[in-house]
Design a protein around this ligand. Structure first.
Ligand code: PMV
Length: 327
């Protein structure tokens, strides 16, 4: 009972920040993302056997942390129940990310785990079940099951059965789109997303206001993706990222993920758009200082030129990519 799967990280265009159930990782709002193709992948092998006394998890050759074990256990157990099997699992996961680039691997990691474990158990889950299983590992992983553009619906059920990602458009929908990741720091996060979200929900008054703006943003961004409309997508994506980082700063004690280079990139993108007389680039930042800049192939050179410079450690260009798959 063994299988191997791969998944890629996704970058949120409408951000997930705040849970209504921390164990089941049910979000307070819908989110939208693009799954990346290219440099970054998690490849995971799962083997179930009656010979194993407990689940074990090796990540890039190192034994997983307590928290990673707990989250993986939630994924494995959900699938064991579906398969009505009680064997323990050995999980070995490898990231193809260039070393020390500071890219978070939780979205690809738990998506690859869910895909490999379900195949090893002989399950044939639909995308909904796989997305739910991955979500139990980390919320954002629910979207890496899906190729291209994903919409994770928050849902309203207490058991999370209506909280999963669906596809807006596949990876071939917008072939000219590029996501330029600018690494500005390879340091570990100052505060993990779980703890950061909790602090924001508990202490930020601005967070309520943010939640009220999400339904209109989700619809606007979904339409912009379907219409491949850079001019409406990019300003909305930048404003959404700024809204996320505003509620982080409004938390107490404040959470500040952006560094000086991140802020310089924000200014450089606005300057580039102003100088071009149209919107050709749009930034978005997750819970960290690395920038993800959306643009189209024809503007790639200009965008790279504008953001390169002091503080940018490396640039990685991705296209929209496939969802999780069995190897
Ligand atoms: O799923 P987590 O716990 O890694 O949280 C992801 C949070 C953000 O990356 C900031 C936003 C998102 O929607 O991916």
């Amino acid at each position: 009972m063994k299988a191997r799967a791969t998944a890629s990280p996704n970058i949120a265009l409408v951000k997930y920040w705040g849970k209504r159930d921390s164990q089941l990782k049910l979000p307070l709002n819908d989110s939208i993302s693009v799954t990346l193709a290219g440099d970054f992948q998690s490849r995971t092998t799962v083997e179930f056997s009656e010979d194993y006394a407990q689940d074990s998890l090796l990540l890039d050759g190192v034994e997983a942390s307590e928290k990673e074990m707990q989250n993986s256990f939630l994924v494995l157990d959900y699938l064991r129940k579906l398969a009505a099997v009680d064997f323990r699992a050995s999980v070995v996961s490898q990231n193809t990310f260039p070393k020390g680039v500071g890219i978070a691997s939780s979205s690809s990691g738990y998506a690859a785990l869910a895909a490999a474990a379900s195949a090893a158990l002989g399950l044939k889950p639909d995308a909904r079940q796989l997305s739910i299983a991955a979500r139990l590992g980390s919320g954002s992983a629910s979207r890496s099951i899906i190729g291209g553009f994903a919409h994770w619906k928050a849902g309203s059920m207490d058991d999370g059965s209506d909280s999963f990602a669906v596809q807006i458009a596949d990876e071939n929908h917008w072939p000219e789109l590029r996501i330029v990741t600018a690494i500005t720091s390879a340091e570990p996060k100052i505060i993990g997303s779980t703890e950061g979200m909790k602090r924001t929900v508990e202490t930020s008054a601005l967070f309520r206001q943010r939640l009220s703006t999400i339904p209109a943003k989700v619809e606007g961004i979904r339409q912009a993706i379907l219409g491949k409309n850079m001019h409406s997508l990019l300003p909305a994506v930048m404003a959404e990222s700024n809204s996320l980082h505003a509620v982080m700063l409004d938390s107490w004690p404040p959470i500040i993920y952006l560094n000086d280079t991140s802020k310089r990139i924000i200014a450089a993108v606005h300057e580039l758009n102003d100088a071009s007389g149209e919107i050709i680039a749009g930034y978005t930042f997750d819970a960290g200082p690395n920038a993800h800049i959306l643009t189209e192939q024809k503007y790639l050179h200009e965008v790279e030129k504008a953001i390169k410079g002091e503080g940018v450690k490396s640039l990685h260009v991705s296209r929209p990519g496939e969802g999780s798959r069995i190897l």
